[in-house]
Ligand binder design. Sequence first.
Ligand SMILES: NC(=O)c1ccc[n+]([C@@H]2O[C@H](COP(=O)([O-])OP(=O)(O)OC[C@H]3O[C@@H](n4cnc5c(N)ncnc54)[C@H](O)[C@@H]3O)[C@@H](O)[C@H]2O)c1
Length: 362
Amino acid sequence: MFKQSCQFQSNLITELEISNLNAFELINRVLSMDNTLFLIDENVYQIYFAGLQIDKPCYILKAEEQHKSLYQSQEIYNFLLTNNCSRNHYIVVFGGGISTDIGAWIASTFKRGTKLLLIPTTLLAMIDAALGGKTALNHNGIKNLIGSFYPADKIIICPSFLQSLPADEYYNGLVECLKTLLIIQDFDKANKLLSEKIINEDDIYLIANTKLSICANDLYDKGARRLLNLGHSFAHIIESLSDNAIPHGAAVAWGMLFAYEYSLKKKLLDIEKTNQLKDLLNKLIKASPSLYQHSIILFSNIMLDKAKTQIHHLILNDKKNNGSLKLILFDTQQIIVYQEDNIEEVEIFFINQLKSRYQLEK
Ligand SMILES: NC(=O)c1ccc[n+]([C@@H]2O[C@H](COP(=O)([O-])OP(=O)(O)OC[C@H]3O[C@@H](n4cnc5c(N)ncnc54)[C@H](O)[C@@H]3O)[C@@H](O)[C@H]2O)c1
């Protein structure tokens, strides 16, 4: 009998560029590249491409969760086939996280992998979705059920695209920016960002680069990458119970507040950190353009009744939980992964949070 192990090469490199061109200049630059095929978010296409003469193959992506699907993927494979896409072609994706997730999936699977250039156009995609190599499709109503790890060859962040972004979409990104700043404990930047509510190129670079570095050390999501889930365990429950009437950004903002409350309950925080976090998280919640509407839903009797019957099932069904719950919590020194074996305690805590009809600090 012969036995041998074999080390596969892993020389994956992602190049990150922050461009200070305006969106139209960047589009012209990218359109002049050879061997490219374009996948473009339908709204981005309407705003930025509609008046242009484009002599490259373009597929207009439907940018809604129900279209982050195998069905749309099949249409895109046919488009690539018709246009003779080879492994040496760049698939260039312009759009938010839905587009970068589906575009990256296509690049990772078509002919077992083409080149990939991502140009994120929402704040969330610039600092989160386009970075770190996770591709995803939804299937059978389950979010991100299908996917792969396939880091882009190149990501170009062009903040000029943010000028056309609706306020609620901007807020979704702002929440994830704050999450990353809390992970690296940069409270000054977090405060500045929440006061100004405008993000500059340097901050985008810092936050994007932080996510990229965390993922580069844990591409396959086995360790450090877990920290990026700060606020997300509670957020997934909030999104599910509200049938997504509370969108992801708002759910993560409330999720981080609940994580902070749970950290207090577990006596993980000293008084100074308690005050710092309480202040920041309250400001974050209040920055939401739809705060009133979401608070009414979150603290409604309907949510409470649903939580009482569904929370156990929701916690156990979360794909990352195997019997115990790994919560990302605040500690005085840092953000930590906290293994909670008493799931019932989390259930009671969550229901009590809903009952509290949280009073935002003035
Ligand atoms: N792969 C990952 O690591 C990762 C991480 C976080 C989120 N995600 C995924 O990202 C998705 C959410 O991404 P998102 O928040 O960017 O949403 P999105 O892609 O749905 O975009 C939001 C909306 O903004 C529009 N839009 C995009 N750019 C615009 C611009 N510059 N001006 C005006 N409108 C614009 C889109 O057409 C869409 O209607 C989810 O599917 C989520 O699962 C993936």
